[in-house]
Design a protein around this ligand. Structure first.
Ligand code: UDP
Length: 443
């Protein structure tokens, strides 16, 4: 044990950022480092504050350093997403950390920070700083090249050393220089060279070309340390007893993550598709982007008739579920996913075939990783979340195809083996994490 190493970890907004940071903190802690989590308060979602409370109850020796945010100062940039607004607010409050960080004991050896605050933290602290990238290496390659890319002349954008990405896969705010998202990327990727290393929650064999492209494109200090493993939580987690009664690999799990709500009409079509497909299902529904505003009952969302007709065939849940426990359950045979990057890494680590249904942000590029790696399939015609209403027949066909596809199941299991190899002793992610611990000692 080397308690002299002390690492601060600073996630920004949203569960998709918080979870990998907490997984890394738990991992470093288990290797003997002292850890402090910087939590920006108040959080946007109730899920974040609940998850944090549970985490600190599980790991009483990991410290919490609260950063009380300044009110949001509206800038010239377009920003109407509550999670992006929180990121902007956090970056504008970073200077408040200075006295808090220097009073920590033992003194910090390093800080692991979220990309949206990288440049601000670098200006503030004379410590080794490591961003932890919570998206795919493929999407991060696009981010890292964004400010040098020539204007696209056709419908594809050429990423040096990687190939082209269809413009239709790039979230529109990223191509709008007046948008917060584009400005955040440009400012912070320009600071990557000053980082001691760039951690990313992926593994080299999942997306080898993208990791290699990053190395060649100036991010040669990229450290793929994923898939970051889940940690054991203190509360008893109940995986639905219903799942235990189902045949192996017979149930489709459907979830679009923490910040994506389907439209009312798409929710109805999906319900009809589930009924039509005859597949067993476990569906996590969400009525609005921010959970605190999500008051609608399950019955009102999917219809009482649907719940009645599918009784015994499936379960609809509203609220937080232990996704990694569900994906690990032997009854699960497929995952309809928006392809948030954490969901993709969890499906890959557990060998669950994915039906990719990206809705916004990095999710289309992530869906391409899913497809290339052989973890799943992606129906490109379904478009972004706002582009078209995907009819029930199309969804039902795809659901049946994915759950019945033996080849896809075998390919997903192969990826699971690769993920296991990388995270066991001697595996590439393990070695990088061990090397990171060593470098904390010498800093
Ligand atoms: N998650 C969960 N239970 C839920 C919803 C989400 O455990 O009810 C977890 C999921 O396992 C993943 C993260 O929350 O680790 C979601 O992150 P992702 O990047 O997939 O999507 P986002 O929510 O950021 O869109």
């Amino acid at each position: 044990m080397n308690e002299a190493s002390h690492v601060a970890l600073f996630p920004c907004a949203g569960m998709g950022h918080l979870i990998p940071f907490l997984r890394l903190a738990a991992d470093l802690h288990s290797r003997g480092a002292a850890a402090t989590i910087i939590t920006a308060e108040p959080t946007v979602s109730a899920a974040e504050s609940d998850y944090l409370s549970n985490f600190f109850a599980t790991f009483p020796r990991i410290k919490r350093l609260q950063l009380h945010l300044l009110p949001h100062k509206k800038s010239q940039l377009t920003n109407d997403d509550p999670f992006f607004i929180q990121m902007e607010r956090i970056a504008d409050s970073v200077h408040l950390l200075q006295p808090l960080l220097s009073s920590l004991s033992p003194p910090l050896s390093a800080a692991v920070v979220d990309l949206p605050v990288l440049s601000r933290v670098l200006r503030l602290a004379s410590l080794p700083i490591y961003p932890l990238i919570t998206t795919s290496a493929r999407f991060f390659s696009l981010m890292a090249s964004l400010s040098h890319l020539p204007p696209h002349e056709n419908d594809r954008l050429e990423i040096p050393n990687l190939g082209s990405i269809p413009v239709s896969s790039i979230p529109p705010p990223m191509l709008d220089p007046n948008h917060y998202f584009a400005a955040m990327i440009t400012t912070n990727t320009a600071a990557l060279r000053e980082a001691r290393g760039v951690l990313i929650n992926t593994f080299a064999s999942l997306e080898p070309e993208a990791v290699e492209a990053l190395r060649r494109n100036g991010v040669d200090h990229i450290l793929p340390i994923g898939p970051l493993p889940p940690f054991k939580r203190s509360e008893t987690v109940i995986v639905l007893p219903w799942l235990d009664e189902q045949a192996p690999e017979s149930v489709v799990y459907i979830s679009f993550g923490n910040r994506t709500a389907l439209s009312k009409s798409q929710t109805r079509e999906l319900a009809a598709a589930l009924e039509m497909s005859g597949c067993k299902f476990l569906w996590v529904v969400k009525g609005s982007k921010v959970d605190k505003e999500d008051g609608e009952e399950v019955e009102a969302m999917v219809g009482a008739a649907f719940l009645e007709k599918t009784e015994g065939k499936g379960k609809v849940i509203k609220g937080w579920v232990e996704q990694e426990r569900i994906l690990a359950h032997p009854a699960i045979g497929g995952f309809v996913s928006h392809c948030g990057w954490n969901s993709v890494t969890e499906a890959a680590a557990l060998g669950v075939p994915v039906l990719a249904w990206p809705r916004h942000g990095d999710q289309r590029v992530n869906a391409e990783v899913v497809e290339r790696a052989g973890v799943g399939v992606w129906e490109r015609e379904w478009g972004w979340g706002w582009e078209r209403l995907v009819p029930r027949e199309e969804i039902a066909d795809k659901l049946r195809a994915v759950i019945g596809d033996g080849k896809l199941r075998a390919a997903a299991k192969e990826v699971k083996q690769e993920a296991r190899r990388t995270t066991e002793v001697g595996g590439s992610s393990q070695r990088l994490l061990q090397g990171l611990m060593e470098s904390f000692k010498t800093n």
